[in-house]
Ligand binder design. Structure first.
Ligand code: MEV
Length: 446
């Protein structure tokens, strides 16, 4: 049974399954193979020698929890989306919201533009105008040389250097700095290495042509030549809910202090997908934040408005990702996660990440504009508090149950509640008092 035909039913009750059942469901969906399940069951056994190929001074691996976002239906296709993240409630919130959107509306995505940008800086040139004219006159030669000598592999895959642009930037001393933008189509790779190599290569022919030597050659992490968009449309939405969402969106639009938190919530959805698939999430973070600040004021990367009776949410930002290159095919977990998504192109991964970010944002704004974050978040955080307090074995369910009751009663809970509950549980166990007495004891206090 393929994911695309049956995931609606196979995701039913997903969050209530235990891990073994959840993995069986994912096998049934076709998202995982039985070998993947074996791998996941022993995934702390990743080979440290492999890590020596990725980084330096290796000690081992840092393990993040790997979960799956359920119920996603994007551009008419079902996805089980891997997310590597440590923060409680992100996956629960995004899955719950994806289920709601699936029932009441649609998620569509799009890529606008293409390529990525490399930069060559020439801090001072004798004549900026002459430099520009010479470079533009020889642009085709420079593009051809780079494609032949350094980007031949990329050209074979349908990409390569496409254009060179000359920018003149005013320096603080009012002289002109030249910055050349080299536009490169990197196909399914994020392309940081090849773009930087292309720019470094171009230094010499540019010097030969102009007599000017570039200082710095590097990829730009603001590739705004290619934007990823996602749209959620909810027709016939509850007007009270919608008003709260539109006002929450406006808050972020008007106030950079709120926009930073708003965008952090969007990235709560995006980063875990990037990490799970072995992508450079720092590059995406840089792109998103730089794009968010492009007007001179830091703004949200999503927006929620009413169009007639429909609620429409949009995401737009550069999300430069790859499905080849880097560790995407080398890290066994990233490789498995990419296989699980069953995608053919990097653009599809970028569109999925945008959709997850937008749904995550919808979840956060819905909670903030209705019941608030604390109760739902804290309910899911109870396990962490219980373990942090030092509960072991049979103590764990008792402490968790009692923390849940305290939360229902007082609408808040903290690490000190967990410590107190555990301390009292242990004291009462020592004096053989029944655990149930503890619950009553706490519920009647304060
Ligand atoms: C918490 O990790 C993220 C939120 O603060 C995002 C938001 O406020 O929109 C909930």
């Amino acid at each position: 049974m393929t994911l695309s035909t049956r995931s609606k039913t196979l995701f039913d009750g997903f969050s209530k399954l235990n891990r073994r059942e959840r993995l069986s469901r994912l096998v049934e969906m076709g998202a995982l193979s039985p070998d993947d399940v074996t791998f996941l069951n022993m995934s702390s056994g990743l080979n440290p020698d492999l890590a020596e190929n990725f980084i330096e001074n290796v000690m081992g691996y840092f393990q993040l929890p790997l979960g799956v976002a359920a119920h996603f239906h994007i551009d008419g296709r079902n996805y089980a989306i891997p997310m590597a993240v440590e923060e409680t409630s992100i996956i629960a919130a995004v899955s719950k919201m994806a289920k709601w959107v699936r029932k009441h509306g649609t998620i569509t995505t799009e890529i606008k533009g293409s390529g990525t940008i490399g930069q060559l800086q020439l801090s001072r040139v004798a004549s900026p105008l002459q430099f520009e004219q010479t470079l533009l006159r020889n642009k085709d030669f420079l593009i051809h040389s780079a494609n032949q000598d350094i980007a031949a592999g990329l050209v074979r895959r349908g990409g390569g250097v496409r254009d060179i642009e000359v920018r003149k930037i005013k320096r603080p001393d009012l002289e002109t700095m030249i910055v050349c933008h080299v536009h490169v189509e990197t196909c399914d790779a994020m392309g940081a290495n090849i773009v930087t190599q292309v720019c470094e290569f171009l230094k010499t022919p540019i010097y030969d042509l102009t007599g000017e030597m570039a200082d710095i050659a590097i990829i730009s992490n603001l590739p705004d030549c290619k934007l990823t968009q996602a749209t959620i449309c909810i027709p016939a939405v509850d007007p009270v809910l919608a008003e709260g969402l539109v006002e929450a969106s406006l808050f972020a639009e008007c106030d950079p202090y709120r926009a930073a938190t708003h965008n952090k919530g969007v990235l709560n959805g995006i980063d875990p997908v990037l990490i799970a698939t072995g992508n450079d999430w720092r590059a995406v973070e840089a792109a998103v934040h730089a794009y968010a600040a492009r007007s001179g004021q830091y703004r949200p990367i999503t927006r929620w408005v009413m169009e007639g009776k429909s609620l429409v949410g949009t995401f737009e930002a550069p999300l430069p990702v790859g499905i080849v290159g880097g560790v995407t095919r080398l890290h066994p977990t990233a490789k498995m996660c990419l296989k699980m998504l069953n995608i053919k192109h990097a653009d599809e991964l970028s569109r999925i990440a945008a959709a997850v970010g937008l749904v995550q944002n919808l979840g956060a704004l819905t909670a903030l504009s209705t019941v608030g974050l604390t109760e739902g978040h804290m309910r899911l955080h109870i396990s962490n508090l219980t373990i942090e307090a030092g509960a072991k074995g049979a103590e764990i369910p008792l402490v968790k149950k009692q923390l849940e009751e305290i939360l229902s009663l007082r609408k808040r809970i903290s690490a000190s509640h967990a410590i107190e509950v555990l301390k009292e549980l242990r004291e009462r166990t020592r004096t053989s008092a029944p655990a149930a007495a503890l619950v009553n004891h706490h519920n009647t206090r304060e």
